[in-house]
Design a protein around this ligand. Structure first.
Ligand code: ATP
Length: 485
């Protein structure tokens, strides 16, 4: 499946979806730019998530917080002390590895070789050592399992060290390298929501349970980042923090697990492409956590995390800022017969990566088809994207560049382009134009031909089936709107 993965990466570049960042300078590792069609796809994903969260749930609102935050934020959140991964360097190859990735690669190998017992044992040992931050033990585990053989053939490792993943820069005019001027690029969007919790709750007169959602950039200095847009150093997140009564977290955690899975299935992706993975080793802030994993060409991997974050964040911000982070709950507690009163809310978080969703949707959509017949060889690459996410919804193609056909095409185009993204093209054979539209996932192509001049009908071609039907020009817009609605 690595071939398929490489084919998707090439396709993304060739068809204007995703380019390596600053490519003329040979790129920047783990940073990517979205091209003309990739940016449309990404935007459609964000819009769909935003609509699903903010428009469909009446008790969720959105914000857009700054990337820079007061440095104390990251002390309170635990990121200064805890947001790090254990890493190890191979002294011979001078390569750096995340310890868990290195061991997981070995577990995968064992599983592929049918040695499931050994794989499970190694997994258990790793989880235990990571949970205890036993770095010497981790190093021994790496050496004893000859993970090195797979990597470089030698066993010359450094000690295991912690590596903080936050990027920092200097803030303001004085750049003296001092700690006071140090500021971080946010490694998650969640803290922008927590520090604004009371602003939003009060000005929006929000009643618990309620959610605050946000889409924005996050930055992590990932140790190893070489899986295309799966692991980037600059990426985007779509996060929602749901504020609830303490003690109700189990129910809400289950609720959001289900709701989020429904969202994934609403993309038309079959359920067997997903699985839940419960966390054994919990992050410093969580009392329950799981990932929604998608079956990427590189295996089942996390696309979204659902975390029961308790009151960890709000409580710490209260402590560090000395500002009350409490909510007054006037509802009556049936057990005591009195109002619930003041408390720091608990939080369930849903956090999904935009870029990983792009990669998920592309992996699911990408198909190489052999269309050969006895007479001739033929093939196509088609992106079977959900119509609502496709960069272009409708291609308008006059059969020839003359006889007034372009004018009719323009007329149709002008009637539709205010409602959804259209694309006009008159160059090349109609077959070539269809193929180009297949390759970027355009669900509908309309061809204007000589018959159109007579009776106003056009040929509409469906991307996935390649079926064509004759409909009146006036029906096209409603057809497309129906499919993307
Ligand atoms: P991983 O275990 O893969 O490093 P994580 O558990 O650290 O991910 P979270 O902190 O839960 O990830 O972040 C929520 C979501 O943000 C992830 O599910 C993923 O979709 C996305 N994400 C996190 N790190 C990256 C990254 N380096 N590049 C792209 N997306 C990311």
């Amino acid at each position: 499946d690595n071939n398929r993965f490489q084919a998707i990466i090439s396709h993304c570049k060739e068809y204007g979806f995703i380019f390596p960042s600053s490519e003329i300078y040979d790129g920047l590792a783990a940073v990517y730019d979205y091209g003309q069609w990739g940016s449309e796809l990404k935007k459609n994903i964000k819009d769909y998530w935003w609509k699903s969260m903010i428009q469909m749930y009446e008790n969720i609102v959105g914000i857009d917080a700054a990337i820079f935050m007061h440095p104390t934020t990251w002390k309170a959140s635990g990121h200064v002390d805890n947001f790090s991964d254990p890493m190890i360097d191979n002294k011979d190859s001078q390569k750096r590895y995340r310890v868990d990735h290195l061991i997981e690669a070995r577990i995968d190998e064992l599983e592929k070789a049918g040695q499931q017992d050994q794989a499970d044992l190694l997994q258990q040992q790793m989880d235990q050592l990571l949970a205890n931050s036993d770095f010497d033990g981790l190093k021994t585990l790496i050496e004893n399992n000859k993970i090195v053989c797979a990597i470089s053939g030698t066993a010359n490792w450094t000690d295991v060290r912690q590596f903080n993943l936050m990027f920092s820069t200097e803030y303001g005019a004085i750049s003296d390298g001092s700690e006071e001027n140090k500021i971080y690029l946010r490694p998650e969007t969640a803290q922008g929501i927590f520090v604004n919790f009371l602003n939003v709750q009060k000005t929006g007169r929000m009643k618990i349970p309620f959610g605050i959602a946000q889409i924005g950039k996050a930055f992590r200095n990932e140790i190893v980042a070489r899986q295309f847009i799966f692991r980037m150093r600059e990426f985007e997140q779509m996060e929602m923090q749901f504020f609830i009564r303490p003690g109700s977290q189990k129910e809400w955690y289950e609720y959001w697990k289900e709701e989020r899975m429904k969202w994934h299935l609403s993309l038309g992706i079959p359920a067997d492409q997903y699985r839940f993975h419960d966390h054994v080793k919990l992050a410093h802030y969580a009392d329950a956590a799981c990932d929604i994993e998608f079956n990427f060409p590189i295996g089942f991997k996390e696309v979204e995390g659902i975390h029961s974050r308790t009151d960890f964040d709000l409580r710490n911000h209260q402590e560090y800022s000395r500002k009350k982070m409490q909510y007054f709950d006037a509802d009556i507690d049936p057990e005591t017969g009195k109002a619930y009163g003041n408390y720091i809310p608990y939080v369930i978080e849903t956090s999904i990566g935009v870029d990983r969703t792009v990669m998920m949707v592309l992996s699911q959509a990408y198909e190489e088809q052999d269309l050969s017949t006895e007479e001739r060889q033929d093939s196509r690459v088609v992106l079977k994207l959900p119509a609502k996410l496709a960069p272009i919804k409708l291609a308008v193609l006059p059969l020839v560049k003359k006889d007034g056909l372009p004018d009719i095409a323009r007329e149709l185009m002008n009637g539709c382009k205010g409602s959804f993204r259209c694309f006009y093209e008159e160059k090349d054979t109609i077959g070539k134009r269809y193929r180009r539209m297949d390759a970027i996932g355009t669900p509908f192509c309309v061809t204007i031909d000589h018959q159109t001049k007579e009776d106003g009908t056009v040929t509409i071609r469906h991307r996935d089936t390649m079926q064509q039907e004759r409909v009146h020009m006036n029906e096209v817009k409603a057809m497309v709107l129906g499919a993307i609605g």
